[in-house]
Design a protein around this ligand. Structure first.
Ligand code: SAM
Ligand code: SF4
Length: 315
């Protein structure tokens, strides 16, 4: 194992990177981006070689895990090339966060590139609510693709952003879904990022409220999680596996081990800080100096909210 060298003043060690491959998407989730979203110029994207160079360098500094994200990462034309290059690097784990719409087309590539851990967004099991939340109509396709990935042996976690009055009535349906498919479902609190800020008052539901609403119906047995885990987890006697990502009500900044690299090459030390530093066009020596600066840019207390859009940073 490499001696970690990215350690900040609070003793937090950077071991994980969220790598955004594009800011574009084939959905328009109402908590993430507007229907008429404006995207980056594709000419500004990092190239497959850039991704490989940066990640290889960060591995020498102690990086262990990578998660490919976006926007929708499977929309990036160079996805197979980027995944193939990254798969050659000595990483403990490479994961993918996806909305699942294109997943069936990439299962072979993912398997070949040992990308086994899939976080798949699924906000509703009902077509109407799915449409209301995502502005998309591909629910059946996403459900089918989840099933296919499960059959192929991928390790899957479902991400469900809970919004009052939109999908919270489906809480028990998701417990049932987890039990039936033997897949972990994680309920995310609506974060104050970009377009989601305006929905907070009406739609936010805390993880604790969800747990209180579940308790009369299911017994939740706690499961131990690593210190830097974003979720706290439970199993139920009926065999469901549930997680709660309480980034708003119970922030985990004190143990955060992540940086985020946007598709246009801005490295950010925190999802909730607009400020980041560009790595594009830098030499290896300049990038290394930039990493040292970034260590001082990770807030210890959680910023209240941020105006930039989630899809541009890489969720
Ligand atoms: N398109 C992929 C997807 O949806 O899984 C990857 C990118 S998306 C930005 C990554 C994750 O961020 C998704 O699980 C999404 O639900 C979550 N997300 C986006 N905006 C959010 C917000 N305001 N609050 C909580 N989660 C959010
Ligand atoms: Fe697209 Fe993911 Fe954002 Fe939804 S959350 S709009 S699927 S990037």
């Amino acid at each position: 194992m490499v001696e970690p060298r990215l350690i900040d003043a609070y003793g937090r060690i950077i071991r994980k990177l969220r790598l955004s491959l594009t800011d574009t998407c084939n959905l328009r989730c109402r908590y993430c981006m507007p229907v008429d979203a404006v995207f980056m110029d594709k000419q500004d994207y990092l190239s497959p070689q850039d991704y490989e160079d940066i990640v290889a360098e960060l591995i020498d500094f102690g990086l262990e895990e990578l998660r490919l994200t976006g926007g929708e990462p499977l929309l990036r034309g160079a996805f197979p090339e980027i995944a193939t290059r990254l798969a050659r690097l000595p990483l403990r784990k490479i994961g993918l966060t996806t909305n699942g719409i294109l997943l069936d087309r990439y299962l072979d590539v993912l398997q070949d590139c040992r990308i086994q851990s899939l976080n798949i967004s699924l906000d509703s099991l009902e077509l109407n609510a799915f449409q209301q939340m995502t502005h998309g109509h591909q629910l059946a396709r996403v459900l089918e693709n989840i099933q296919k990935a499960k059959e192929r042996g991928f390790q899957i976690k479902i991400n469900t952003v809970m919004m009052r009055g939109l999908n919270d009535r489906e809480l028990l349906n998701f417990v049932n879904y987890s039990r039936q498919l033997q897949i972990e479902v994680r309920f995310l609190e609506l974060m104050r990022i970009g377009y989601a800020c305006q929905e907070q008052t009406e739609r936010f539901i805390s993880a604790q409220e969800l747990i209180d609403r579940l308790r009369p119906w299911v017994t939740l047995e706690p499961v131990a999680s690593p210190l830097d885990s974003t979720s706290f987890n439970f199993v139920t006697p009926c065999g469901a596996r549930l997680g709660f990502i309480a980034s708003e009500s119970q922030p985990f900044c004190g143990y955060c081990s992540r940086w985020r690299l946007s598709a246009d090459g801005i490295m950010r030390a925190c999802l909730l800080k607009s400020e980041g530093l560009s790595l594009r066009g830098l030499t290896a020596a300049q990038r290394q100096a930039t990493y040292q600066s970034l260590l001082g840019m990770k807030p210890y207390r959680r910023p209240a909210e941020v105006s930039h859009a989630m899809n541009r940073i890489g969720g």
